[in-house]
Design a protein. Structure first.
Length: 572
């Protein structure tokens, strides 16, 4: 008995709720009932649900591509039947690509059956009419999709133009709703949640940390409250098992980075990469939930966190986590927590032992560094805020000029009288548009810096550092670490000594400012009658007579400086 294989496909997930799947299934069953000599092989599931056949950039992931692989491996026998509703289920790509696929199936000795209208294309047929019919059908399917694509693109372009004067989409951020008069307004309860998320992110909480906090406090999730469980999406809507939606990292990251938070509407291309904008942002489209300074400060905090690394969250909030670097090889330094102590250990030493073991007590290190950093003035770290603001204004002016010139040359392209003129204006338009994109990125970076200047971050850190002596709470340490990361680029350390340990430290602020300190630590002693805790002392390189002797961010200088420190510890 010959075997048949059913291929089901529809383009968008919304069609799963409609009649497409039922129609394709019923026509298949009707055909099989009229051909009892052919049996349906249900062991091979051929379904491409919600997948387009117009532009298939990932062909190998389609069920139809898997079917061809099964044919080539003889898993599907020659002479089998492939059942499709019509030929445009196979392909809506360009006619050459569609016909190539059609011919390839026939060459592999697969009979193709279209169910609406009913037509059998036999692989051994010599009738030229079959090929002509297939070419016409495949060409029609491609033309329909091309026209639909063009019309959708034109409709969205028109909507994007209208976005400056009216509401163009019903899909709104979770903290915004449409009022009775048609205007967009803030949902005050949801807006309060969004503002709190921004405040926590600015204070140093990670996106995952905010999600965990919101879930523990049972903060209502914005948007839909339930979603289908895994494996339930393809079932009819009324039969799906639902689970409650929880706060997650992607959800919160989307909120914290969405320009809708400051009221801007950014049109996006509806593709598998929705992060690609297709037009200019429209300011003032939404009511802003946070101000621009807060938005850019949070983006800066997220960028700093991504740069210094996240690491695994332990029981303690480590103030210098992600900033510490080993002066010997530039590698990271990690906090190594034990039952009753915590040591700073270079990762290279801990993992492969290629260097002499070196460590330093974390508590003594933090206390010593904090005692010295309290003396650093905000003015030493950075000048006034006006310079950052002037930088933003300068780049914004250049961005506006590039945008206007790109638009002007595009208009001149339409009025070009010769091909030479058109090419000239088109090249200029592309050149200015590329410059506009580059300046847009520079402008965003400048806005982040202006929203969170170093002097302001350092002033916040100094205030928090004063409180850390009495308040050891996780919340305060998170905020202090976030302020420290906004101001400090790296902390290079060189640890030497066993009995009396030394730590040479270079703190590099964002910019040209840096500080260098020498910290010594003498371990405590205890017996039955006396218990003496460990003691630390800290001084600047200048006070220790080491000023200008080495730059710890330079590995070759650090290795020479290590010999000097070894001699220094021998004297103690």
């Amino acid at each position: 008995m010959a075997l048949a294989y059913s291929y089901l496909r529809f383009s968008s997930p919304q069609q799963a709720e409609g009649d497409s799947l039922r129609r394709q299934t019923e026509s298949r069953e009707k055909w099989l009932a009229s051909h009892p000599e052919i049996q349906l092989d249900t062991s091979l599931l051929l379904e491409d649900r919600g997948r387009s056949a117009f532009k298939r950039r990932d062909w190998d992931t389609y069920a139809l591509a898997a079917f061809l692989r099964h044919v080539e491996s003889s898993r599907v026998a020659a002479g089998s039947y492939l059942l499709v509703e019509n030929l445009d289920r196979l392909s809506r790509e360009h006619i050459r690509t569609g016909v190539k696929l059609f011919i390839e199936l026939l060459d592999q000795k697969i009979n193709i059956v279209t169910l609406t209208p009913e037509k059998l294309f036999r692989h051994d047929s010599l009738d030229l009419t079959d090929i002509i019919i297939a070419v016409v059908e495949l060409s029609r399917g491609h033309s329909e999709s091309a026209v639909k694509s063009a019309r959708c693109r034109e409709a969205w372009e028109q909507k994007n133009k209208e976005a400056r004067t009216c509401v163009v989409t019903k899909r709104l951020p979770g903290w915004i709703r449409q009022g009775d008069d048609g205007r967009l307004v803030l949902d005050q309860a949801a807006a309060k949640i969004v503002r709190r998320a921004f405040d926590l992110a600015r204070d140093g909480y990670s996106v995952i940390g905010i999600a965990k906090l919101f879930n523990s406090e049972k903060v209502p999730v914005l948007g839909r409250k339930t979603m289908p469980e895994r494996g339930e999406k393809h079932k009819p809507k009324g039969e799906r098992k639902q689970k409650p939606v929880m706060w997650s990292q992607p959800t919160l990251y989307g909120i914290l980075t969405s320009r809708a938070a400051i009221g801007e509407y950014v049109p996006y291309q509806t593709t598998k990469r929705p992060d690609k904008p297709v037009g200019e942002a429209v300011p003032g489209y939404y009511p802003a939930v946070v101000d621009e300074d807060t938005f850019h400060a949070v983006r800066a905090a997220l960028a700093v966190r991504a740069k210094v690394g996240r690491g695994r969250r332990g029981k303690h909030i480590n103030l210098f986590a992600g900033l510490l670097r080993d002066a010997r090889d530039g590698g990271a330094i990690t906090y190594c927590h034990r039952r009753d102590s915590c040591e700073l250990v270079p990762v290279s030493v801990k993992q492969n032992g290629t260097q002499t073991w070196a460590s330093f007590p974390a508590v003594a290190f933090e206390d010593a560094i904090l005692s010295k950093l309290k003396e650093v003035q905000a003015a030493d770290v950075e000048g006034d805020r006006g310079e950052a603001r002037r930088k933003v204004e300068a780049i914004a002016g250049e961005h506006t000029e590039a945008e206007q010139n790109a638009r002007r040359y595009k208009v001149r392209c339409d009025g070009a009288k010769t091909e030479e003129e058109f090419n000239l204006f088109a090249d200029k338009a592309v050149e200015w548009d590329r410059k506009r994109v580059t300046l847009a990125t520079d402008l965003e970076h400048a806005q982040r810096e202006a929203a969170s200047p170093l002097s302001e971050s350092w002033g916040e850190f100094r205030s928090l550092a004063e409180l850390l002596a009495e308040d050891k709470s996780d919340d305060l340490r998170i905020r202090a670490r976030a302020a420290l990361r906004r101001a400090v680029e790296s902390v290079h350390c060189l640890f030497v000594g066993k009995r009396v340990r030394l730590a040479a430290v270079r703190i590099q602020f964002h910019g040209d400012c840096h500080r260098e300190y020498l910290i010594s630590y003498t371990p405590g002693r205890s017996n039955k009658s006396v218990k003496r805790p460990g003691q630390w002392a800290a001084e600047s390189f200048a006070d220790a007579g080491l000023a200008g002797r080495a730059d710890l961010s330079n590995q070759s200088q650090a290795k020479k400086f290590e010999l000097l420190l070894v001699k220094h510890t021998a004297k103690k």
